[in-house]
Design a protein around this ligand. Structure first.
Ligand SMILES: *Cc1c(COP(=O)(O)O)cnc(C)c1O
Length: 412
C-alpha cells in the first residue's frame, strides 16, 4: 500500500512491524503444533473422500457425521462431540447445553461475571419471556474482582448443593475483562467440583478455539460449546455449531437438539466436506487472525490509543479491543474496515438495535459467510468509551492492510 513512511501512520506502522516480529514468529510455531494435532486426529480416524457424501431425510448411518464427530472429539480431547448444521449458532449450542443440564429448582452459577448478551437471554435475565429463570431455574452471578478477574472466593460461596451448572465464558466478550487462560478455567472447574462434584461445568468457548495448545476439555470442563462460523470452522464452514465433552452429557444435549430417545439422526444435505476442511485449516486461520490482532494492538498503541490486550500479552481469544473514545472515530474505524472488505465494500455500516443485544451496535462484516467473525470483522456497542472489537481475518495481510487504512482515516 502507498503510505508515506515519514507520516505518523507510516512511521508507527514500521515500528509496529519490527516490534511484533518475534510474536508473529511464535504464532507461526504454535499454529504448526496445533496443525499437527488436528492432522493426527484425521489420520487416526482414517478420514476418506467417502465421508464427504451428503445424506438426506433422517440421516441414519451418516458415516461422514460419525467420523467428523470422532475427529472433533479427538481434537478437543473430549469423550464425544456433536457437530451439526442443525445447531445454527454459538448461542444455540450454549442454549442446548444449558437446557440439557439446568433443571427447574436448580441454580446456574456464572463464574465469570456478566455473560455475553445473547447468553443473558437464554438465562432469562435480559427482560424477555422464555428464558431459564422464567422456567424456574435460578441464576447466581459471581461478579469479577475490582481488577476484573474471576472471584474464586465468591465462587466457592455461590456454589451449593442446588447448583446444577457452573457457566464459564472463556472470551471477554463486550466486557472489560481479559479472555481466561486455560489454567484459570482449570482452577474454576476445580473449585466448582470441590464444592459440588455433580455441578456441570459448561464453557462458552466462542472465539477461543485454537488460540492455545489445548481446549477447555483438557482442564476438566464437562461441556464446551461454540460456533462453526467462528474459529473452528476455519472460515470455510457455511453454518453450524458444536458441543464437545463428556459422553453422557453430549448425549443429553443431542436429545435436546432432536428428541429424547431419537437422537441417532442428523442429515447433512450439503455433506461435511467443508466442515472437515474448515477444521483442518482452523489452526492456520486462527493464527492469521491472531497476527492481525497483534499488529493492530501495537499500531494503535503507538498511535496513542488504549488497546486490550497489549500486543505482547498472553491471549486466549482472537478479540482485539481498541478504545477510540468518540462515536465519530468509532464509526470512521468500522466504516473503513467495511470499505476494505472483499464483500459489500460499498455498504456503509449504521448503528442498529440488533436482536438479543441491549445497546445499539455497529458492525463491519464484509464477509463471505453471513455474520462470520473468523473473517475480518469489527463490531462495537455504540456507548462510551467507544471501544471497537476487532476479530478474524483469513489472511493477516488483509487485516494489516485494512488496519492501515483505518489508521490513515483517523490519524491523517
Ligand atoms: C459470538 C459469541 C457467542 C454467541 O455466538 P453466536 O454464534 O453469535 O450466536 C456467545 N458467547 C461469546 C463469548 C461469543 O463471542
Amino acid at each position: 500500500m502507498d503510505i508515506d513512511e515519514s507520516s505518523p501512520v507510516g512511521k508507527n506502522a514500521l515500528s509496529a512491524a519490527r516490534d511484533i516480529a518475534p510474536i508473529w514468529h511464535a504464532i507461526s510455531a504454535a499454529a504448526a503444533r496445533r496443525q499437527t494435532r488436528v492432522l493426527l486426529a484425521f489420520k487416526e480416524c482414517r478420514v476418506s473422500t467417502e465421508h464427504f457424501a451428503p445424506s438426506t431425510g433422517y440421516g441414519y448411518g451418516d458415516r461422514g457425521r460419525e467420523v467428523l464427530e470422532a475427529v472433533w472429539s479427538k481434537v478437543f480431547g473430549a469423550e464425544a462431540a456433536l457437530v451439526r448444521p442443525q445447531i445454527v449458532s454459538g448461542t444455540h449450542a450454549i442454549a442446548l447445553c444449558l437446557w440439557a443440564t439446568a433443571h427447574p429448582g436448580t441454580t446456574v452459577v456464572s463464574a465469570t461475571g456478566e455473560p455475553y448478551e445473547t447468553v443473558k437471554s437464554i438465562l432469562g435475565i435480559a427482560g424477555q419471556e422464555n428464558g431459564l429463570s422464567q422456567a424456574g431455574v435460578k441464576y447466581v452471578q459471581v461478579n469479577l474482582t475490582p481488577d476484573n478477574k474471576p472471584d474464586l472466593r465468591l465462587l466457592e460461596e455461590a456454589i451449593t448443593r442446588e447448583t446444577s451448572v457452573v457457566l464459564i465464558q472463556r472470551s471477554g466478550g463486550y466486557s472489560p475483562r481479559k479472555a481466561l487462560p486455560l489454567g484459570e478455567i482449570g482452577r474454576i472447574v476445580e473449585k466448582a467440583k470441590n464444592r459440588n462434584p455433580r455441578a456441570v461445568c459448561i464453557v462458552d468457548n466462542c472465539y477461543g478455539e485454537f488460540v492455545n495448545d489445548m481446549e477447555p476439555n483438557a482442564v476438566g470442563a464437562d461441556l464446551v460449546a461454540g460456533s462453526l462460523i467462528k474459529n473452528p470452522g476455519g472460515a470455510l464452514v457455511p453454518t453450524g455449531g458444536y458441543v464437545a465433552g463428556r459422553a453422557d452429557l453430549v448425549r443429553r444435549v443431542a436429545e435436546r437438539l432432536i428428541a429424547p430417545g431419537c437422537a441417532d439422526v442428523g442429515p447433512s444435505p450439503m455433506g461435511f466436506r467443508h466442515v472437515f476442511q474448515g477444521l483442518f485449516t482452523a489452526p492456520h486461520t486462527v493464527g492469521e487472525a491472531l497476527k492481525g490482532a497483534v499488529f493492530g494492538a501495537r499500531l494503535f498503541e503507538l498511535l496513542g490509543l488504549e488497546v486490550r490486550p497489549r500486543f505482547d500479552e498472553e491471549r486466549s481469544d482472537i478479540i482485539q479491543a481498541i478504545k477510540l473514545g468518540s462515536k465519530e472515530k468509532l464509526l470512521k474505524f468500522v466504516r473503513e474496515v467495511q470499505r476494505f472488505s472483499p464483500v459489500d465494500s460499498h455498504v456503509t455500516p449504521e448503528p442498529w438495535q440488533m436482536p438479543g443485544y441491549q445497546h445499539e451496535v455497529v458492525m463491519a462484516a464484509g464477509t463471505f459467510v453471513q455474520g462470520s467473525s473468523i473473517e475480518l470483522s469489527a463490531d462495537a456497542p455504540v456507548i462510551s468509551p467507544y471501544e471497537v472489537y476487532l476479530q478474524g481475518g483469513i489472511s493477516a495481510a488483509h487485516v494489516v492492510a485494512a488496519l492501515l487504512r483505518a489508521a490513515l482515516t483517523l490519524f491523517a
